[in-house]
Design a protein around this ligand. Structure first.
Ligand SMILES: Nc1ncnc2c1ncn2[C@@H]1O[C@H](COP(=O)(O)OP(=O)(O)OP(=O)(O)O)[C@@H](O)[C@H]1O
Ligand SMILES: [Mg+2]
Length: 753
């Protein structure tokens, strides 16, 4: 039982207490996940059967890691634990119980792209304005209804929602919601939100089913509880109602999914719902250096809404936080890459000890380029994942349709890919026939002669025969053989093989890689169900953090994806106003607090060293804009910072000033004005401006005697060019500021004549 020795007193207390509801609300890095892991191991050691324990995590990867730890203590029995994300666990339950809901157990799980395509179709069929009813925003409206357990029927009768929709000019959303639900059902498909929503319906409508699972799950655990939504909360509460052995673990200061419906209120409700709740606080941080812990504390104090907590650590003070001030986003990337190179040399770090975090995915491009140039291996978590690539989705659509021929989205993808002369008009005709006769698309396709004749009918008949042959194959052969045959006989393999462009080759390799994955799956001794169907289920629930790379790479990801993880060195890039805090998310104080919690999450991922960087100029939305340092930088207690101000054109730490006469960029940027009201940043209190047409020139184009413009110093004349090793410098006599020597790699100059 030596793992108990590796815990501090309150952690141990939390591990061994298992008689009723418990909540651990504790600071970052204080061992919450560790406690949950050992709690499960402890229960199993006490003789609790693994299949009586349900543990819900933020990613499947987190579940896998926990399971491995538990296995170290209790052995292979840990395989039988019910562990995973809410979505994967409830998809599993819904498969078992599908028939009760009128679904077949091989239902498809629609991803966001599928869902949007269904909505697009509905908007078109209803003759609505597709600019007003954008798939994204309609879907998010439906999604948030579902996460608040509002069915389309309830939506229809809900005055408040109707008024909101009417105010935005979109009074048809309730009808779209209804049609969307009908189409998904007809396609034997559920979207991600349905996995939770339908589980709620299932438990509500079928008390005997609920009873069964209540009996089964004697112990229920939830990690990252602060980010659960109402739908998730209600399900788990129901499940735990019999034994009341529910243990939730979280940190209100790390709640970062409110924008997706997560509700911090769940923490407060929990105390009300379980009056005999045992509450445990963990305050000692084991992850980070003292400087990092204190710096993170210093920023989160700016939030008004939080439970009182005092996070401290016995770890060493460690290095100060580095702040890099850089001229442009590309330069920021370069500096981060060279810092990583240097740190690796001096501290003997592996790539996997390092992470670069950013607010939005699009920031990765510049960083990737710089890393490639420096020969540092990296992986992007949460970008376009393997399973989101077109060729993979096409192939998966074939498999989906073979398994579930009601799946209309899969059908749309493959009916004319590879090309078989079945155009959009025909496809639409098929859908109309299906709708009018209240049939599934497959019923029409597989009996096409009854409905249409001519050349199109022949092509469709051939398609139907092909699918029937595939269905037969799937019954006869193992997953890998069947998938290989489908890849070949559908024509997909040849289509990709014939494309000899570089991209085409990559796509062909990707398809092979998918087949490899199916082979590995069908030979995995750990898997009980090795069928193609079961492979598809797993694939549709893969979250982008779940992919493991064997290689030693540094990790690039958004802060949202980094929850629960830790790295020796962490770089947070793009610390600029309007980027972080994000301009798009800032409408209220609550939004700002959520952005700040996001920053808190990012900072507390670092064990030993934290680097923050910002650029003075950055390309955004296709335009070069001036940036101000993030207000969050100014909120960090100065004691913990080493502001080197690494690079700016003049090596100064002053904010850039802008010569008069510059037009203001951003006037068409829709910046809410309230953004500029509160400035605590010690870096920059002024709004900076840059000319709209400012385009920095290539240093090689500069010559003595040229008239140039500099963002900060204004106009001037080049008096001398100097080359010092790799560095090119220019002496410029500025009209206002006098003579300056600029390093051209960093100073951005625009040629005026
Ligand atoms: N008592 C302990 N002794 C030594 N190391 C510990 C102890 N408790 C936790 N740790 C280590 O501290 C680190 C943080 O633990 P863990 O990830 O469980 O924290 P957490 O509270 O879940 O963090 P987060 O809020 O980021 O999810 C891990 O590396 C863990 O192994
Ligand atoms: Mg954790």
């Amino acid at each position: 039982m030596d793992y108990l020795e590796s815990l501090n007193e309150p952690q141990r207390e939390a591990v061994v207490y298992n008689d009723g509801p418990m909540m651990i609300i504790a600071g970052a890095g204080s061992g919450k996940t560790r406690v949950l892991t050992y709690k499960i191991a402890y229960l199993m050691e006490q003789g609790v059967e693994p299949f009586n324990i349900l543990s819900l995590t933020f990613t499947n990867k987190a579940a896998r890691e926990m399971r491995e730890r538990i296995e170290e203590v209790v052995g292979s029995d840990a395989k039988n634990l019910w562990m995973g994300t809410f979505h994967s666990i409830f998809a599993r339950i819904l498969r078992f119980e599908a028939d009760k809901m009128g679904y077949q157990s091989n239902f498809t799980i629609y991803d966001t792209e599928d869902s949007k395509s269904v909505i697009k179709g509905i908007v078109k069929d209803m003759n609505l304005d597709d600019k007003l009813y954008k798939p994204n925003s309609v879907l998010s409206r439906i999604s948030s209804a579902k996460n608040n357990l509002i069915s389309w029927r309830m939506y229809e009768n809900n005055n408040e929602l109707r008024i909101e929709d009417e105010a935005s000019g979109r009074h048809k959303i309730s009808e779209i919601y209804k049609e969307y639900a009908i189409r998904c059902f007809k396609a034997n498909a559920m979207d991600f939100d349905d996995l939770l929503f339908n589980t709620n319906v299932l438990f509500h409508k079928f008390p005997d089913v609920l009873n069964k699972y209540q009996d089964k799950f004697r112990y229920v655990m939830i990690d990252e509880f602060q980010d659960t939504n109402i739908s998730q909360y209600v399900i788990t509460k129901k499940l735990a109602a019999r034994f009341q052995n529910i243990c939730v673990v979280g940190d209100d200061a790390q709640s970062i999914y409110a924008f997706r419906g997560a509700n911090i209120q769940n923490i407060l409700n929990f105390e009300k719902d379980y009056p005999d709740l045992k509450v445990v606080k963990l305050e000692q941080n084991y992850r980070s250096s003292q400087n990092i812990v204190e710096a993170a504390n210093s920023i989160i104090r700016f939030n008004q809404h939080q439970l009182p907590k005092n996070v401290w650590t016995q770890n060493d003070a460690g290095a100060l936080i580095e702040i890099f001030k850089t001229a442009t986003d590309n330069e920021e990337a370069k500096i981060v890459a060279s810092s990583i190179f240097e740190e690796k040399m001096t501290h003997g770090l592996r790539n996997s000890d390092i992470a670069i975090l950013y607010r939005t995915n699009s920031q990765s491009r510049a960083i990737e380029e710089a890393l490639r140039r420096t020969n540092i291996k990296y992986k992007i978590v949460g970008g376009l994942s393997f399973y989101s690539r077109k060729e993979i989705k096409d192939m998966v659509a074939y498999l989906r349709f073979v398994m579930n021929p009601a799946d209309e989205e899969a059908f749309k993808r493959i009916i004319n890919y590879p090309k078989r002369g079945i155009g959009l008009t025909t496809v639409n005709k098929l859908r109309v026939i299906a709708n009018e006769n209240n049939l599934k698309i497959w019923d029409v396709v597989s009996n096409i002669r009854r409905f249409i004749s001519g050349r199109a009918a022949t092509s469709i008949e051939q398609f139907a025969d092909m699918i029937k042959a595939f269905q037969f194959t799937v019954e006869q052969k193992d997953a890998f053989e069947a998938a290989s045959l489908i890849a070949k006989n559908s024509g997909m393999l040849r289509e990709l093989y014939d494309d000899k462009t570089v991209e085409g080759k990559v796509r062909y390799e990707n398809l092979q890689e998918l087949l490899n994955a199916i082979k590995a799956f069908s030979e995995d001794p750990e898997k009980e169900d090795k069928s193609l169907d079961s492979f598809l289920q797993e694939v549709s629930l893969i979250t982008s953090t779940d992919q493991d790379a064997d290689e030693d790479t540094i990790t690039l990801m958004t802060i949202h994806m980094s929850k629960g993880l830790e790295f020796d060195h962490v770089y947070i890039v793009g610390m600029e106003e309007n980027l972080f805090p994000s301009q798009m998310m800032l409408e209220s104080r609550a939004d700002l607090e959520e952005e700040r919690r996001l920053f808190y999450v990012a900072m507390t991922r670092a064990k030993k060293k934290l680097f923050l960087s910002f650029a003075l100029q950055r390309y955004r939305f296709g335009k070069l804009i001036m940036c101000e340092p993030s207000r969050f930088l100014g909120e960090i207690d100065r004691t913990f910072i080493n502001a080197r101000g690494v690079v700016s054109s003049s090596f100064s730490n002053e904010p850039p000033r802008v010569p008069s006469g510059f037009t203001k960029v951003g006037s068409n940027n829709n910046q809410p004005t309230n953004l500029n009201q509160r400035r605590t940043s010690g870096f920059n209190k002024k709004t900076t401006q840059v000319p709209d047409n400012f385009v920095a020139c290539d240093p090689n184009d500069l010559k003595e005697g040229m008239r140039v413009m500099h963002v900060k110093f204004g106009e001037g004349i080049i008096t001398k060019m100097e080359i010092d090793g790799a560095d090119k410098r220019a002496k410029v006599r500025f009209d206002r500021e006098g003579e300056k020597t600029l390093i051209l790699a960093f100073a951005k100059l625009m040629i005026l004549n």
